[in-house]
Design a protein around this ligand. Structure first.
Ligand code: 5GP
Length: 182
């Protein structure tokens, strides 16, 4: 049993992700110098991305987490967003960067941003590893840091799951069709 064998094609390689994380981190180093931002990761998918991105951030940062999900084991977005874990830090007056694995319809982040705005952070921005702009249903979502824009197909790896599996793959790829039929 080797999960790599279930992958039809690799869309973004480990090397490409590493190189892009370095570039995004440099932007964050400049944009947030002296601001000690909170990197607020959305569980569970953003963990590999925040781990890689933060390696190259050289300014002081803090980590926090929250959980919001709209998928329930399938491959299409439900639009129903459940927030089940809230941040631990007090966000008022803080500079917050929400770190996400992928933006698809935008429902998840739109809900999360509304909830976080109520805490009155000094600033609130989004960093996402992947973006699927063709799938967007929420029009007023502004994303400051985007790793890669991809075509509207379902992807796994680098934090992204299918039925809670494949998150540990070190690249972003597309599953073989037969996997969905199992
Ligand atoms: P949105 O609310 O923007 O439609 O979806 C955001 C969430 O849906 C992501 O955090 C992710 O959990 C899930 N999602 C969207 N597209 C994909 C995809 O291509 N692959 C996987 N594994 N999850 C996705």
């Amino acid at each position: 049993m080797n999960l790599n064998n279930d992958i039809k094609k690799i869309l973004v390689t480990e090397e490409q992700i590493k190189a892009r994380c370095k570039e995004l981190a440099e932007e964050i180093n400049k944009d947030y110098a002296d601001k000690k931002p909170i990197l607020l990761s959305l569980l569970r998918g953003s963990i590999p991305f925040v781990a890689e991105l933060s390696k190259y951030i050289t300014i002081p940062i803090q980590f926090d987490y929250m959980k919001a999900s709209s998928y329930h084991g399938g491959t299409t977005s439900s639009g129903n967003v459940a927030v089940t874990i809230l941040p631990s830090y007090k966000l008022e007056g803080r500079h917050v960067i929400v770190v996400e694995d992928i933006v698809d319809t935008g429902f998840t982040l739109s809900t999360v941003m509304k909830i976080l705005a109520e805490s009155k952070p000094a600033s609130l921005e989004i960093a996402t590893l992947l973006d699927k702009p063709a799938m967007r249903k929420v029009t007023d979502l502004s994303i400051k840091y985007i790793g890669f824009s991809i075509e509207p197909e379902f992807v796994v790896g680098y934090g992204l799951d299918y039925d809670e599996l494949y998150r540990q793959l070190p690249y972003v790829g597309v599953l073989k069709e037969e996997i969905y039929k199992k």
